[in-house]
Design a binder for this molecule. Structure first.
Ligand code: C5P
Length: 223
């Protein structure tokens, strides 16, 4: 089959990552988590003493870290300057800082270019998940999906994923998630948005397997 390009966007807690990985594995496609790249750049900024609220400083540093994403859906990886970043990019510190970093146009320009290169590289198609894949990164994607869910459902799912000291109570998780989505949707440069030609799937009442089946069907119709 042709190298199908799939973009999956939506706010946090809609099941984007679980769905994207499972769909890619099922169809033999590669997988790219663009949120992990924004988190990785943010982690590097925090480690290197850059004030993430200082957009000029973030812009100056945007090109410095070297990022490598592994695209096997069974074992996606991300390294920053050769260091494994998969664990540290999921901390609350990074999650709280990532929206400020990802709003900086120089950061977006750099990662958009990186993402387009990865999507175009190689004979196999790819599932790319993020916030602006259908609108900006891959406007010509063969299949565009926009996942949504109620704020309550998203907070409950996210809270279930957290562990140890990062496991806040549900209300706090929901507040942080709503705040991050508002920042991501409200920024000037390629905000979180549904592309006009994306298929919207409301996952509130669906199980993960139902969402996976739905997305697989949408892709197979286009292949
Ligand atoms: O998907 P995840 O929650 O890991 O994304 C972390 C953050 O990265 C988002 O809140 C958003 O600020 C940023 N992001 C983005 N554009 C993307 C993917 C993620 O701005 N394509």
């Amino acid at each position: 089959p042709a190298a199908v390009i799939v973009g999956i966007d939506g706010p946090s807690g809609t099941g984007k990552s679980s769905t994207s990985k499972a769909v890619a594995a099922k169809l033999g496609l590669r997988y790219l988590d663009t949120g992990a790249q924004y988190r990785a750049i943010t982690w590097w900024m925090l480690n290197n003493g850059i004030d993430v609220r200082d957009a000029a400083a973030v812009a100056d540093a945007a090109g410095k870290p070297s990022l490598v994403s592994g695209t096997d859906p069974a074992a996606p990886t991300i390294t920053v300057d050769g260091q494994d970043a998969a664990g540290p990019i999921r901390t609350q510190e990074v999650t709280a800082a990532v929206s400020a970093v990802s709003a900086v146009p120089e950061v977006r320009a750099r990662l958009t270019e990186l993402q387009r290169g990865i999507a175009a590289d190689g004979p196999r198609g790819i599932v790319v998940e993020g916030r602006d894949i259908g609108t900006t990164v891959l406007p010509d994607a063969d299949v565009k999906i926009f996942l949504t869910a109620s704020a309550e459902a998203r907070a409950a799912r996210r809270s279930g994923e957290l562990s140890g000291k990062d496991r806040a109570d549900l209300a706090a998780t929901q507040a942080a998630l709503v705040k991050r989505d508002a920042a991501d949707s409200g920024r000037k440069t390629s905000p979180l948005a549904k592309a006009d030609d994306a298929v919207e799937v409301d996952t509130t009442e669906l199980t993960l397997n139902q969402v996976i089946e739905c997305v697989v069907t949408l892709i197979e119709e286009k292949r």
